[in-house]
Design a protein around this ligand. Structure first.
Ligand code: ACO
Length: 315
């Protein structure tokens, strides 16, 4: 399969670090030094499905396809306002899709997990065109009294249209199941029968361990997808790394020994938008005209699960 269209959409409200200083014991200096983040887009009066719809429509327009051309829709999302139906069904209705729709909750590597699922459908000959939308609002998961987590996140949606072809050359998805490093608990409705204690908790994260895991796992994944194709790090034109923290991206870049210009970033004014991060990054730099035909792009993402994934794409 190959990528023939991309799109993205961001909430209109921009929150600067200085805005956070007003109600949190934090500073612009701490946030920039530890994360690289200066501002982020956060959901205010929008609904997440509107961002997902906008990103999808832009990607379809970019691909020159109509909603009726799509044979499968995959939506990547961790939380949204609906328990059911899946966010994908809501976006599908807004876009006018008629094809099967499935939702995946694979946290930050969700875009690459979706590519892997789509790849299997193409290889089985079941589809001609697939739409992937990653729509996330992690700012609704954290406590805004917890300075160690809320400063990290931003919201948004990114989309890609895939069709038959040779562009996506190698994908690796993997897991090191460890639900205690990043997790959030949401109690369900009480019933007359439930006797266990259920207390809701905002996002909990062991930042240091996640940091170490992210750098190690990303390098392993990148080397694996390149080795599968007989390539080395030097053959890659651009690395599109999940925008979790500029220091994580820097750690990966330095260990791989790659110059800065091969690592496009947008975390500075986006924060971490979970699975939407990679497709937003792709769309923004594509629209800036960064990628040339034949360029080799490597995606790498890691997050809750712990899940990790990488993909090699020839543009
Ligand atoms: N402002 C000021 N001080 C702060 C802030 C803040 N926003 N946040 C934490 N601190 C303090 C801590 O309280 C601590 O103080 P103490 O020493 O008095 O206890 C001190 O700063 C150092 O805290 P650490 O947590 O050790 O700081 P660290 O350098 O590890 O940076 C961070 C924290 C940014 C979270 C880092 O560990 C990180 O980026 N981890 C990876 C997170 C990530 O990428 N998650 C992605 C997955 S998310 C998902 O999948 C949903």
């Amino acid at each position: 399969m190959r990528i023939i269209g991309t799109g993205s959409a961001l909430p209109k409200k921009v929150v600067e670090n200085a805005d956070l200083e007003r109600f949190l014991d934090t500073s612009d200096e701490w946030i920039v030094t530890r994360t690289g983040i200066r501002s982020r887009h956060v959901i205010s009066d929008e609904r997440l499905e509107d961002l997902g719809r906008d990103a999808a429509q832009k990607a379809l327009a970019d691909a020159g396809l109509a909603p009726g051309d799509i044979d499968l829709f995959i939506c990547s999302n961790v939380v949204n306002e609906y328990m059911t139906p899946g966010l994908g069904c809501i976006i599908a209705a807004a876009v006018g899709l008629q094809c099967p729709s499935m939702d995946i909750n694979c946290a930050c590597p969700g875009f690459i997990y979706a590519l892997d699922i789509a790849d299997s459908y193409f290889r089985a000959g079941k589809v001609r065109n697939v739409l992937v939308v990653c729509a996330e609002e992690p700012t609704r998961m954290t406590s805004w009294q917890d300075r160690a987590t809320c400063v990290l996140f931003g919201d948004g949606a990114g989309a890609a249209v895939l069709t038959e072809g040779e562009g996506v050359r190698s994908i690796r998805i993997s897991a090191r199941p460890d639900p205690e490093k990043i997790w959030q608990f949401r109690p369900l409705e009480p019933t007359p029968f439930v006797t266990k204690t259920e207390v809701g908790l905002p996002l909990q994260m062991n930042g240091r361990e996640v940091f170490r895991f992210a750098v190690t796992a990303s390098i392993e994944d990148i080397q694996a997808v390149l080795a599968k194709e007989g390539l080395t790090v030097g053959d890659v034109d651009y690395f599109l790394i999940h925008q979790a923290n500029l220091r994580i991206v820097e750690g990966i870049r330095q260990r791989l020994g790659v110059p800065e210009e091969k690592f496009p970033c947008n975390i500075q004014d986006h924060g971490n938008s979970s699975s939407a991060s990679c497709p937003i990054l792709l769309d923004e730099y594509k629209r800036k005209g960064l990628f040339k035909k034949g360029d080799k792009l490597v995606f790498s993402a890691f997050g809750a699960g712990l899940l990790t994934a990488a993909a090699l794409v020839e543009w």
